[in-house]
Design a binder for this molecule. Structure first.
Ligand SMILES: Cc1cc2nc3c(=O)[nH]c(=O)nc-3n(C[C@H](O)[C@H](O)[C@H](O)COP(=O)(O)O)c2cc1C
Length: 189
């Protein structure tokens, strides 16, 4: 990969923001396909690939899936789900308690970055009613909703959120709790 590619990836990672306001421009099927491919290409523990996607374009379902207003206003929603059986069959509790979160998180982040690269806005939504979403999407018991991602052409350009400086969350050789504690205390003073 060239230096230009690395710069581009860095730029996409750095400038991606959670977008919560969308224009009413539609998303083409080929664009949506690219976004789904990005999610599908994410790594998964043992390559068990428990992650699946539900694409929702129907506005009546988008209305019901989340109480967060901007979800309704997006052009499409991808619900990232995991099929528990595919990971627990090999990894048991570790699969259920850890890998499903890693696997689905990797897929979500790929989707968010691909959206950014395609000029689209998106937002990772974790606050939803699991039971309601499962019922609405007719998920069987062994399939869990992990994230809701509204996607659309952005109608806002959000500021970067304040971040704890990298050097405060990076530790040399072992965990240095004092460093991060002192920093967080300095914010309260
Ligand atoms: C696991 C997870 C759950 C989130 N849930 C929500 C949510 O329910 N609603 C929302 O508006 N944003 C949600 N967000 C987006 C965060 O608020 C956002 O990523 C954070 O404020 C940093 O902003 P940025 O994405 O622009 O860097 C979630 C993000 C993550 C990673």
């Amino acid at each position: 990969m060239s230096k230009e590619s690395a710069d581009t990836v860095y730029e996409i990672i750095k400038t991606r923001r959670s977008v919560r306001s969308f224009t009413n421009q539609e998303i083409s099927d080929s664009t949506l396909q690219k976004i789904l491919e990005a999610g599908w290409l994410a790594p998964s523990a043992g390559n068990r690939q428990p992650v699946e996607f539900i694409v929702i374009k129907d506005s009546s379902i988008r209305q019901k899936i989340s109480a967060q207003q901007f979800v309704k206003e997006s052009a499409a929603v991808i619900v990232v789900i995991v099929n528990l059986e595919r990971t627990t069959s090999r990894y048991g509790d570790r699969g259920e308690q850890m890998y499903i979160y890693h696997d689905s998180g990797a897929a979500v982040q790929n989707i968010l970055l691909m959206c950014k690269a395609l000029g689209l806005g998106s937002c990772w939504i974790g606050a939803f009613n699991d039971e309601r979403v499962s019922r609405l999407l007719e998920l069987p018991e062994h399939v869990l909703p992990m994230a809701i991602i509204p996607i659309g052409y952005p109608d806002e350009d959000p500021e970067s959120p304040r971040k704890i400086p990298l050097e405060k969350v990076t530790h040399d050789e072992k965990y240095e709790e004092k460093k991060i504690k002192e920093y967080l205390m300095s914010l309260v003073d």
